[in-house]
Design a protein around this ligand. Structure first.
Ligand code: SAM
Length: 254
């Protein structure tokens, strides 16, 4: 297959190769993004791109970064963080067996703002020592950035002066999350398109709260259905799965 500008067929083949799926409305955007990667990398033929995907990790990461949406910030969707604070955490704590930690999972965590917001919230509620937070994403680059805990002003646009002062060290316009909170989140690579879930051998099961927000909105319906079922199976009895208001309503897929 020779490159003649953006190709929907190539986009679908690339998606299949890296285990991603896209809603119909995103296919042209994705095709253009893949075309830009090929131009930048001097790859003239779709066949060559497909051959290198998987074995060339840097190229694969380039493609994943180009075709996924990594937008996020601290306390994105503040009403959901209030729901977690006021309703979900108290309910989970009432049900929690004595001595066992609450387990929270941020799936599609991007550069870490979501799981770290959960860590801040738990710290503010005096719960952090009794909570384990896991976070996962398909993008190894995003995960590497997440682990540094280092952010610019834009990532903190929903974060007031008090948490900024309490939980971050600022230096020349950058904000580094304090070590104690960074240490409460475990990041791991996960491809929702290909990895089997639940996976108790990787401790990916029995979560009390799963956040998978602003991930499913970009996927095609069959992938949403499959992933929604898998995530629901990763919950403990009475656990909660939170998606974003703009994600597809999951009751349609239950
Ligand atoms: C828009 S960000 C959402 C970040 C955060 N959850 C939020 O709501 O602010 C979507 C994230 O989902 C990740 N993602 C997309 N497809 C994925 C897949 N198949 N498996 C795991 N993560 C995926 C992307 O890499 C990106 O970091």
């Amino acid at each position: 297959m020779t490159r003649h500008g953006p190709s929907l067929e190539l986009a679908e083949q690339v998606a299949g190769r890296v285990g991603l799926s896209f809603s119909a409305s995103r296919k042209e955007t994705v095709a253009s993004a893949i075309d830009r990667v090929m131009v930048r990398r001097g790859i003239g033929e779709g066949r060559l791109l497909l051959d290198r995907l998987g074995s060339d990790e840097d190229l694969t990461e380039d493609v994943i970064s180009a075709v996924t949406v990594a937008e996020t910030h601290f306390f994105r969707g503040p009403e959901q963080f209030e729901l977690i604070r006021q309703t979900i955490l108290p309910e989970l704590l009432r049900r929690r067996p004595e001595g066992s930690p609450l387990r929270i999972w941020s799936v599609g965590c991007a550069t870490g703002e979501e799981p770290y917001s959960l860590a801040i919230l738990c710290e503010e509620e005096g719960l952090l020592d009794g909570v384990r937070i896991d976070a996962a994403d398909i993008s190894r680059r995003a995960l590497a950035a997440a682990k540094t805990g280092d952010y610019g002003e834009w990532a903190l646009r929903n974060t007031g002066p008090r948490p900024r002062q309490r939980y971050f060290t600022s230096c020349e316009g950058r904000f580094r999350l304090n070590e104690r909170l960074r240490g409460q989140v475990d990041f791991a690579h996960l491809n929702l398109g290909t990895d089997a879930l639940p996976a108790p051998e990787k401790r990916l099961s029995e979560f009390d709260l799963i956040l998978c927000r602003n991930v499913l909105v970009y996927l095609e319906a069959s992938a949403v259905r499959r992933i929604a079922r898998q995530l629901l199976d990763c919950l403990s009895d009475g656990g909660w799965l939170l998606t974003a208001p703009t994600d597809p309503p999951l009751w349609k897929y239950a």
